[in-house]
Design a protein around this ligand. Structure first.
Ligand code: 3PG
Ligand code: MG
Length: 408
């Protein structure tokens, strides 16, 4: 059996704590444009500094080819300082003399942010020598960057593999892992999943894995069109991945053999083109005309989805229903989101959602805080839903003592 170490047990006082965070935040004109990720990790930083740790922040920003001012973490470090309400020092390199000198100067409770790890090619190559240089800066490793845990990079995976640093999940990382565990390892049944978004091509593994885990799979967004086409429904000019129709058929057949329900739209909001406030019609799904584009689910589909959710105990949600970024095609997603929030508040549903578009849609519906857990991670959330153990999570696992060994 494997388990995670608990930060509760970490002796951090006076220790150099290498804290991997995801400071890969949207920037505009040299300033942080959205601080959500910083707010999520702030409690871990404050806790470690409060316990007397020398907190050394490690992160990447963007995908730089070489060191350059545009991808510097310096302005992000200033934003971290504002949010944690403590000074945050900055070192202009994440390894070598600049980093070593800055770390050597730290006192208990200090916070230091190192420069972008991706300024070194060894980061993305998971290079052992580079990982060792990073590891040499600390006594303890804490990873609070769930959203980057799908990357097998030096500051995420190699650093633990090449060193003897004890590795702990940070508070935000642990919350993500607990939510995934609750959704997949011991969920209350029946479980429903909503998978939306434009394309099946990026979600084939996800759909396959979810079929084994859920009673009902609700399919929304552009990808529902490919499933409808696979059933012989005329979908007009709607987005469709024609080459993936056989895959959609295969998933429908598997679901049938496994006695899983697949829920597809029964009606749709259609328009002649995708633009703000164009004339729209609501049509039954078999009445889509040759010039129509399906851009959202209709009222009967919303009702159907909500009735499925009302009978479910657990929901996993990734991807919006319609072309939600363009009004009024956000309506289906917003109405379902409101129903999910209400069922969750009434303790009838445990709800997990995640992925970039999903978070944007839940924000638009103003329900973010009302779901059981919302993951702001994109790729890492999706890969976890596909049943993969992420490289950044794998290195945090330690063998649990057997009950006999524990008694000794
Ligand atoms: C993210 O923003 O998704 C993570 O920080 C990973 O970034 P990457 O996609 O550039 O590896
Ligand atoms: Mg990304």
């Amino acid at each position: 059996m494997t388990a995670f170490r608990s930060l509760d047990d970490a002796a951090v006082n006076g220790k150099r704590v290498l804290l991997r965070v995801d400071l890969n935040v949207p920037m505009q004109d040299g300033k942080v444009a959205d601080a959500t990720r910083i707010e999520e990790i702030a409690p871990t930083i404050t806790e470690l500094a409060g316990k007397g740790g020398k907190v050394i922040l490690l992160s990447h920003l963007n995908r730089p080819k070489a060191p350059n001012p545009k991808d510097s973490l310096k302005p992000v470090a200033a934003e971290v300082a504002k949010i944690v309400k403590r000074p945050v020092a900055f070192a202009e390199d994440c390894v070598g003399p600049k980093a070593e000198t800055a770390v050597a100067k730290m006192k208990a409770g200090d916070i230091l942010c190192l420069e972008n790890t991706r300024f070194h090619p060894g980061e993305e190559k998971n290079d052992a020598a580079f990982a060792k240089q990073l590891a040499a800066l600390g006594d303890i490793y804490v990873d609070d960057a769930f959203s980057a845990a799908h990357r097998e990079h030096a500051s995420i995976a190699g650093i633990v593999a090449v060193s003897k640093l004890p590795a702990y999940p940070g508070r935000a990382m642990k919350a993500e892992l607990d939510a995934l565990h609750r959704a997949f390892d011991r969920p209350e049944h029946p479980v429903a999943a909503i998978v939306g978004g434009a394309k099946i091509s990026t979600k084939l593994d996800l759909l396959g894995h979810l079929l084994q885990k859920v009673e009902t799979l609700i399919i929304g967004g552009g990808m529902a069109n490919t499933f409808l086409a696979a059933q012989g429904v005329a979908i007009g000019k709607s987005l469709c991945e024609t080459d993936l129709i056989p895959n959609a058929r295969d998933i429908l057949a598997k679901a049938k053999a496994m006695h899983r329900d697949i829920v597809l739209p029964v009606d749709a909001v259609v328009a002649q083109k995708l633009a703000e406030h164009v004339p729209t019609r609501v049509v039954a799904i078999h009445k889509v005309e040759a010039n129509d584009m399906i851009l959202d689910i209709g009222p009967r589909s919303i009702e159907h989805v909500v009735s499925v959710l009302a009978r479910s105990k657990t929901l996993v949600w990734n991807g919006p229903f319609g072309a939600f970024e363009i009004e009024p095609f956000d309506n289906g997603t917003i109405e379902v989101a409101e129903a999910v929030a209400e069922l969750t508040s009434a303790k009838k549903l445990v709800s997990f959602a995640g992925g970039g578009d999903t978070v944007a849609a839940l924000n638009a519906a103003s329900v973010m805080g009302r779901l059981t857990h919302v993951s702001t991670a994109g790729g890492a959330f999706l890969e976890s839903l596909e049943g993969k153990t992420l490289p950044g999570v794998k290195v945090l696992l330690v063998a649990e003592p057997t009950p006999t060994a524990a008694r000794k």
